[in-house]
Design a protein around this ligand. Structure first.
Ligand code: SF4
Length: 464
């Protein structure tokens, strides 16, 4: 069913305010505020967007708000939102507080206990408008928790009132930084990887944003100074027929504009023939959730790729002239001492030293509410009951030294930028840590440690 935004109700304008708040969107100017802002303004709301990742909470804007929307697209954002909720409730006791985004329905009990009235997951824009209109009509919301997967008639996001692009992550290139914008050409994902928080909400479905809407969003960000666009689609090649005409059109309009996308290993292999065209239209960087360099762990994640596939995908990207940003879940209950040593050795052997940012050596498996990982007996055996404060089922490694190593690698990664070290230099530090914590770091052939040309990367490291 299509839901177009309601026509402008000018008689409300200026009188009733919606405040949309993002707490952390991975260093990007929040699409999750700009898109619903456009919908709510068309419904007559005065909309104020606040991004507390880059500015303190503007409490004066919150006081007297009719509706407060809190974007919770991922783990860190939700933890920050949970800390903020009691204060929002105290500042605006009569406001309808709506948490929206992937983590909202899955953590609804906790968020509602802290002050949220309604939690919406999935395609939230039309739901926010419905809640807004119902509030104006004096009605109570129907249902406190909802996953919306309706196909929406999107409108171009409105970024007025958001902090400027210069406040957000940039693409760092050997030729200097490029101001980066962010948009989404699709949401959800047609895959069902077991550890992925998208799956409990979208259940293997994805929804496209019309090309003209995406293009207009990109145009507005280019006009605001962007020289690079990040496409935040969970997987850019879920719908090649949708995105190829889009990047062709974007490149025709802005030949100097670069972009980056996220593509799973399986799609890099299946659509290898498309990589040269992605490169020709400005794609400089592909993020790929490799997750592990161990086939048994990849099997548990239901990733549908093997270590050999990763090697092929990395070679294909190299041949196409596109840099790879590889992401990992480096520590899992199955990451034994030997598995972690082998992970480090293979990163060097596969020529990925430049493709792995420091934090990726330290990422620990999250088991969020509703995770398909809980289908596995061995996960249920090591994971505790849901911890509402941490928003996860906590788990302990059977070998305590692995948990200690993870904490040590994370501390090392957190100091890496301040030390100004290269990625290969960081890698060598991790080898030394392994020696200290679990003994006998892998022996890496000197040719694999040779410095390669640095690749472009986004200045905000990926945290979930
Ligand atoms: S391909 Fe990526 S986005 Fe899709 S389910 Fe798997 S991990 Fe999630």
């Amino acid at each position: 069913m299509d839901h177009a935004p309601a026509p402008l109700k000018t008689w409300y304008h200026g009188a009733m305010r919606a405040v949309l708040i993002a707490t952390y969107e991975l260093g990007r100017q929040p699409f999750s505020l700009a898109s619903p802002a456009a919908w709510l303004r068309r419904a007559g709301a005065e909309v104020i967007c606040l991004d507390t990742a880059v500015a303190p909470l503007d409490r004066a804007s919150v006081v007297g708000a009719t509706l407060i929307g809190l974007s919770v697209p991922m783990h860190t954002a939700t933890r920050l939102a949970a800390e903020m909720l009691p204060e929002l409730r105290a500042l605006a006791p009569r406001a309808l507080i709506v948490c929206y985004g992937l983590y909202a329905p899955l953590n609804a009990d906790h968020l509602r206990a802290l002050g949220a009235d309604v939690c919406i997951g999935g395609e939230y824009e039309a739901e926010l408008v419905r809640l807004w209109e119902r509030r104006l009509d004096g009605g109570e919301p129907e249902g406190a928790v909802r996953i919306a997967l309706d196909r929406l008639a999107f409108v171009p996001p409105e970024r007025e009132g958001l902090p400027g692009l210069e406040r957000y992550a940039r693409l760092m290139t050997p030729l200097g930084p490029r101001l980066a914008g962010y948009t989404e050409a699709s949401r959800g994902c047609k895959h069902r990887c077991r550890h992925c928080p998208i799956v409990p909400v979208y259940g293997g479905r994805f929804r496209v944003v019309p090309r003209e809407v995406v293009l207009e969003d990109a145009r507005r960000q280019v006009a605001a100074g962007a020289r690079h666009i990040t496409f935040g689609d969970p997987d850019f090649l879920n719908g090649p027929g949708h995105v190829l005409p889009l990047v062709r059109a974007l490149h025709a309009e802005y030949p100097g504009l670069t972009y980056d996308v996220t593509v799973k290993v399986e799609h890099l292999l299946r659509y290898a023939h498309l990589l040269p065209e992605l490169r020709a239209t400005g794609c400089t960087l592909v993020t790929s959730a490799v997750e592990a360099l161990d086939d048994a762990i990849l099997e548990r994640f239901d990733k549908r790729h093997s270590v050999a596939d990763v090697a092929r995908a990395a070679a294909l990207l190299r041949a196409a002239g596109i840099a790879l940003n590889a992401t990992f879940v480096a520590f899992t209950p199955w990451t034994s001492r030997q598995v972690y040593r082998s992970f480090l050795a293979q990163i060097a052997e596969l020529g990925l030293l430049e493709s792995v940012s420091p934090v990726q050596y330290a990422i620990r498996l999250l088991v969020p509410a509703g995770s398909r990982l809980l289908d596995l007996d061995e996960v249920r055996a090591c994971a505790g009951p849901f911890d509402a404060r941490a928003l996860v089922h906590p788990w302990r490694h059977p070998d305590p030294a692995m948990d200690e190593l993870q904490r040590a690698v994370l501390r090392l990664a957190q100091g890496s930028a301040a030390r100004g070290e290269t990625r290969p230099a960081f890698y060598r530090r991790v080898l030394a840590l392994v020696d200290a914590h679990i003994g006998a770091a892998p022996v890496v052939a000197p040719e694999h440690l040779l410095q390669r040309p640095p690749i472009p990367y986004l200045s905000e490291p990926w945290y979930c």
